[in-house]
Design a protein around this ligand. Structure first.
Ligand code: LLP
Length: 422
């Protein structure tokens, strides 16, 4: 369910025509619907009513401060994977006791910040990290609540690049080794193992891999509890898929119901780290056709957004629906929608049937709220697009378009180069 719909042949975000947003803020521009975000969050969160749980929204999907503040205001916690994400979550007012920190390569300064802020859980992913965490705790003189991210060796049947819970992946620690590590820190003065975590992949469209993961976390939890390790939190990560085209992912209610069945009366607090399911269908990338180029073989709609703005089609061959902002034309033609970047991977759609457009018309690239802006870059020295949040009739600029000044700010021409000494 989202709030991007045609009204009298014009595509709206909530009560605002996208055409108006494109004209006012320029294109390309990311547009998010606050109503959709709020709805997705509350549907997901309330689905778990009945068992103790904390929803820790995964910042990597979209970490705009306005979006974080909005979700924080609804009670969301945060799943972070870097110093930057941790700082942003705190800046947006998300309380440390609702923040979990995942990631295979946390550096010492990242662990230090997490320890000092006393966050809910540091999800440790290797023996080396556990050692480093202990050193940091001793130096800082502070305890740390941690979980070990286990790798339950489950195939989530999604794109290989976003599969994380198989033994061959770099993530987590095999259950047997994890168990040994837990036992090795039993009673430690600084390291407090209070949780078990896992995250098996993203854009998962079936329930069974999740249920398998919960079962293996539960088994381990029970074994650890009986060895005197007071496991309180089971963190099952994110990963619930969304419809981009005609996929039919489980509804959050169904997902929650089946998970709750396994956990009821078990006295654990469940932690969830959803990203895509909250923001994915809350945002679109609005772009304008610069040129229509016909070759002997094809028709290209050359648009002003590019792979640097939304890399998912280039990187994962991902499908994003593309809708004309003016929906009155019904005749469809087959086109490739491509950006201006100098790479053949710079495409949004190939051989797609889209209603016939003219140069200057706008297109909405749908389902771009997750892993859109957050994976954008400045390749080809393109400033990243602005972001606009719509709520009812109101539009708020929540990130300015990057300027050429922004792009050159950190570069330095040494005197030696200026004076031709090099
Ligand atoms: N927790 C952890 C530890 C994760 O690694 C991820 C995503 C999530 C939670 C959130 O997963 P979600 O609910 O959004 O599926 N760039 C890719 C997706 C990469 C996902 C990485 N990890 C894409 O555009 O499809």
């Amino acid at each position: 369910m989202h709030f991007f719909e045609y009204v009298n042949g014009e595509l709206y975000c909530e009560d605002v025509p996208l055409r108006e947003i494109g004209s006012k803020f320029g294109t390309p521009v990311y547009v998010y619907s606050a109503r959709t975000l709020k709805r997705h969050y509350s549907v997901f969160d309330s689905a778990f009513d009945g068992i103790p749980h904390i929803v820790c929204y995964s910042l990597k999907a979209n970490s705009n401060l306005a979006i974080l503040s909005l979700l924080g205001g609804l009670g969301s916690g945060a799943d972070v994977v870097s110093f930057g994400e941790l700082s942003k979550a705190l800046k947006a007012g998300i309380p440390p006791e609702k923040i979990v920190f995942s990631g295979v390569g946390k550096k010492e300064e990242e662990l230090e910040k997490a320890v000092k802020k006393r966050i809910l859980l540091i999800n440790v992913e290797s023996e080396g990290e556990l050692k480093k965490l202990k050193e940091v705790c001793e130096r800082v003189g502070s305890k740390a609540n941690l979980s070990i991210r286990v790798n339950p060796d489950i195939d989530p049947k999604t794109h290989p690049y976003i599969t994380t819970g198989l033994r061959k992946n770099k993530f987590g620690i095999g259950i047997k080794d994890a168990e040994k590590l837990y036992l090795s820190i039993r009673g430690d003065r600084y390291l407090k193992p209070v949780g078990i975590s896992s995250h098996i992949g993203s854009q998962i469209l079936e329930l069974s891999p999740f249920l398998q993961a919960v079962r293996s976390l539960l088994d381990l939890g029970e074994r650890l509890r009986s060895s005197g390790i007071p496991i309180q939190y089971l963190d099952i990560g994110g990963g619930l898929g969304i419809p981009y085209k005609d996929e039919n992912p489980p509804h959050p209610d169904e997902y929650a119901k089946r998970i709750k069945e396994l956990l009821i009366d078990k006295d654990y607090t469940l932690i969830l780290e959803p990203g895509r399911v909250i923001v994915g269908n809350s945002g679109v990338l609005l772009t304008r056709i610069i040129y229509i180029k016909k070759t002997e073989e094809k028709t290209f709609y050359i648009v002003d957004a590019a792979m640097n703005d939304l890399i998912r089609p280039a990187l994962y061959d991902a499908y994003h629906e593309i809708l004309p902002v003016d929906g009155r034309e019904k005749r469809k033609i087959k086109v490739d929608v491509v950006g201006p970047v100098c790479e053949s991977a710079d495409f949004f759609a190939k051989g797609r049937k889209i209603a016939k457009q003219n140069e200057g018309d706008m297109l909405a690239i749908m389902s771009a709220g997750a892993y859109g802006f957050s994976m954008s870059s400045n390749y080809n020295l393109r400033g990243r697009p602005p972001e606009v949040l719509v709520s009812g009739k109101d539009c708020y600029l929540i990130r300015k378009r990057e300027t050429i000044g922004d792009l050159m700010r950190n570069e330095i021409i040494p005197e030696a180069v200026k004076e031709r000494r090099i």
